[in-house]
Design a protein around this ligand. Structure first.
Ligand SMILES: Nc1ncnc2c1ncn2[C@@H]1O[C@H](COP(=O)(O)OP(=O)(O)OP(=O)(O)O)[C@@H](O)[C@H]1O
Ligand SMILES: [Mg+2]
Length: 367
């Protein structure tokens, strides 16, 4: 397998649409990299540049030891010579071709002998569990099966790199879970270097060896899923990878102690916190790091926030999504126990999970 390396890749469409801005991304050999970002922030463009369907405006693209694109050096290797398989955003199956012919298509372009094509198509269809559908048209398949055909077509030419553009977006929630497990399994079995792009944090957290977060064409952070989740570099990443409560307030130093004062939400912070006093900050805490209790708890890992009233408590399969009102501030909580509506509760934050961001730059200061 090979590594894929984008070095300071910029893509500008027309005069001033900056789709990618100096993207620096190394995908290790055999790695499953998930690139996430909101709609229109450059995900598809990044994949198309690796595949050779777009030329970068600046920078270099490497696949293994081969420089496949460098405008400065006048290098551009076309898609057919890159040995990359791509699963497109809408799968793009040919509706008038049977499944067999859809999968065989890239091999026919390569002019492989007929018996070799038949052998490879049958093999990959077997691996993906769609062998019995080869004689059908795409419209005669379920969504999950159509997706497998698209993956089979990308894999049949035995590419060195697999690119997947939102491969689960057309699937309903239950099938999506199975499809994810399936893609992860195939990737692991084949050990193929993979880049998958998505706007869905669940895809990223469940599939990725590492995650890269894109915002308006710029990489914000690259890291292990738990790093991105627990140590997001800024508010954007924190918010994008999962639910988080954010409170505006001030850091206050008093009598050798450090406090966060956000009006309704006032908490004492660890002294180790390296933030100057009177600073405008944003405190972030994920719903599962907020603890509710009917009685007072004494625990060094928890800091007291105050007494609130339960406004909403919804069962969400093994846990409860709770909304608590602290005076006029609403706090989202994920709790393992249920609470009655209107019930008064004591609220605590897990001291190890508090994040403090700079108000101006929104960068992580502590956490
Ligand atoms: N061929 C093109 N010509 C002009 N602008 C383009 C072209 N392709 C993409 N763009 C612009 O580049 C930016 C990034 O687009 P891209 O398709 O990479 O986003 P995306 O992250 O894949 O979004 P989505 O999640 O909606 O698929 C957008 O502003 C888009 O309008
Ligand atoms: Mg896209």
């Amino acid at each position: 397998m090979v590594r894929v390396y984008l070095h300071e890749v910029t893509k500008i469409f027309g005069k001033n649409v900056v789709a990618l801005n100096k993207v620096e991304l190394e995908v290790r050999s055999g790695e499953f990299m998930v690139v996430m970002g909101p709609s229109g922030h450059g995900k598809t463009t990044l994949l198309r540049i690796v595949a050779g369907l777009e030329e970068p405006t600046e920078g270099e693209v490497w696949i293994g030891d081969t420089l496949v694109a460098s405008p400065r050096k006048g290098i551009f290797i076309p898609p057919r010579d890159r040995n990359v398989g791509m699963v497109f955003q809408n799968w793009a199956l040919y509706p008038h071709m049977k499944v067999f012919d859809n999968i065989a298509f890239p091999l026919r372009i390569k002019r492989l002998p007929r018996n070799e094509i038949e052998k490879r198509v049958k093999e990959i269809a077997e691996v993906l569990g769609i062998a019995e559908t080869l004689d059908r048209y795409p419209r005669q398949l379920s969504g999950g099966q159509q997706q497998r055909v698209a993956i089979a077509r990308a894999l049949v030419k035995e590419p060195q790199v697999l690119l997947m553009d939102e491969p689960f977006s057309n699937l309903d929630a239950r099938i999506r879970v199975m499809a994810r497990a399936f893609v992860k399994d195939i990737q692991r079995k084949l050990g193929i270097t993979t880049i998958l792009v998505t706007h869905d944090p669940a895809d990223a957290l469940t599939l990725a060896d590492r995650i890269a977060v894109l915002r308006r064409g710029s990489i914000q952070q690259i890291g292990l899923p738990n790093e991105i989740y627990d140590k997001p570099v800024n508010v954007f990443v924190a918010n994008f990878i999962g639910d988080i409560n954010l409170f505006n307030g001030l850091i206050i130093g008093k009598d050798n102690e450090v406090y966060f004062d956000g009006g309704d939400v006032k908490v004492q912070l660890p002294r180790s916190i390296n933030v100057r006093g009177n600073e405008d900050v944003i405190l972030g805490i994920r719903p599962e790091d907020v603890i509710l209790s009917k009685e007072v708890i004494n625990n060094n890992d928890l800091i007291y926030v105050g007494k609130g009233i339960v406004e909403i408590s919804e069962f969400a399969g093994g846990k409860f999504n709770v909304m608590v009102k602290l005076q006029s501030t609403e706090v989202k909580v994920v709790s393992s126990t249920s609470f009655g509506l209107g019930e008064p509760v004591h609220m605590y934050f897990n001291i190890h999970k508090i994040k403090i961001f700079d108000k101006q730059t929104e960068k992580l200061l502590y956490g």
